[in-house]
Design a protein around this ligand. Structure first.
Ligand SMILES: *Cc1c(COP(=O)(O)O)cnc(C)c1O
Length: 399
């Protein structure tokens, strides 16, 4: 029994590769080559040297003393917020562009919602001198103006998508359409553990550097290489997949994941797709997805743009279905409170997405000697306007 991928590209009943006929050869090529390339010494050397000298890895594992005291455990924060470009997404973008180059691809496409994956992709395209087109819903182009300007400054072409609700799902459809038209020269860099097999496995492997480092760092600090709990937020699932990768089959380690509840799972304003979704096909993969009875995708809602995805990757859907991971729904107000708490207690302003992991802490009952590792997936600079708009909703007395 394993929670890793099986030989057909499935995690339990989830995953697989549901793609249009025209992409069959492209995806087959990727399937047959990705492991050989990623596991090669040459790739590993270049990838890890970039992670060290360009991204700034290893990211620190920081013992948060004041938060530990408050929650009655020994809490470590895995500081992905300190990476170049401000989040974990760069780990994956660097790995995929190195993969694209080795497969002889000459053009990069991506889709983005909040713009964070678009920025990471535009960054590595500048670095590697590759032309880059980023598909983005026209509404998101308006909402995420700073990231759009960043991508353009980095030399990427941002393509506003006017169809549907003009958000992430529509941008994804458009990116897939582009890929269908240019299957031989174009590499599609997907930003999370979603999409057709082998993407979830590619992204999980590239992000697994997070848990590889946690193992070493815990050995160093605690004299044992595993924690009692791992906590992370889940949008598509990549920072969580990276955090838990090397512990998936280690049942000593309890996994707790926070998905975006929005205004609550009993409201229509939510993105908690593992809890309110049903099994369906999205983005080429069989996952839990928010949909109507006749299979129309329901527009998700969360205060956090990066968690605002109508599904969750197959790895996490399986962990949830099998009971290996506890999945909690975190509402907007809980995430906001957690963001201010981390800021005031530890001097770290987290991304709104990461605040959904932090908001799990008050829902847990720890023992004093429990070792807890929580991944801070990104920094909060991009969310400052939202934080300021809600500063009067915070209960400062309880911090
Ligand atoms: C994109 C993003 C997420 C959500 O994506 P996952 O693939 O679930 O990790 C979480 N945190 C930050 C800071 C992000 O930018």
């Amino acid at each position: 029994m394993t929670y890793h991928i099986d030989e057909n590209g499935y995690y339990g009943e989830f995953g697989g590769s549901y793609i249009p006929e025209i992409l069959y050869k492209t995806v087959e090529d990727l399937k047959s080559q990705y492991r050989k390339i990623i596991e090669s010494e040459h790739f590993q050397q270049e990838y890890h040297s970039m992670l060290r000298d360009y991204v700034g890895r290893p990211s620190p594992l920081y013992h948060a003393r004041r938060l530990s005291e408050k929650y009655g455990c020994k809490l470590y924060l895995k500081r992905e917020d300190l990476n170049h470009t401000g989040a974990h997404k760069i780990n994956n973008a660097i790995g995929q562009i190195l993969l694209a180059k080795r497969m002889g691809k000459t053009r990069i496409i991506a889709e983005t919602g909040a713009g964070q994956h678009g920025v990471a992709t535009a960054t590595v395209c500048a670095l590697m001198n590759m032309p880059c087109r980023v598909y983005m819903g026209a509404l998101d182009v308006e909402r995420q103006h700073v990231n759009v300007e960043r991508m353009r400054m980095l030399g990427a072409e941002v393509y506003p998508v006017q169809s549907g609700n003009k958000t992430l799902k529509d941008a994804t459809n458009e990116a897939i359409r582009d890929w269908c038209c240019h299957p031989s020269d174009t590499f599609y860099i997907i930003g999370s553990t979603v999409g057709p097999h082998p993407y979830p496995d590619i992204v999980a492997r590239l992000q697994s550097v997070i848990s590889a480092e946690i193992k070493e760092q815990l050995m160093d600090k605690e004299g044992r290489n595993y924690p009692d709990y791992l906590i992370a937020c889940v949008g598509g699932g990549s920072n969580a997949a990276g955090t838990i990768y090397h512990y998936l089959d280690d049942e000593r380690v309890r996994l707790v994941l926070g998905e975006a509840g929005g205004l609550g799972t009993d409201s229509s304003q939510t993105a908690a797709s593992m809890q309110v979704g049903s099994t369906g096909i999205l983005h080429g993969s069989k996952i839990r997805v928010m949909q109507t009875e006749d299979g129309q995708i329901v527009e998700p809602y969360s205060i956090s743009a990066g968690l605002d995805y109508p599904g969750t990757g197959p790895i996490h859907c399986n962990l949830h279905a099998k009971g290996r991971a506890t999945v909690l729904s975190i509402n907007d107000s809980e995430a906001l409170q957690a963001a201010f708490e981390l800021t005031r207690l530890e001097g770290i302003i987290p991304a709104l997405e990461s605040s959904h992991a932090l908001a799990i802490l008050p829902k847990m009952k720890f023992k004093a000697d429990d070792v807890v590792v929580l991944t801070v997936s990104g920094r909060g600079d991009k969310d400052l306007d939202t934080y300021l708009n809600h500063k009067n909703d915070i209960n400062y007395a309880s911090i």
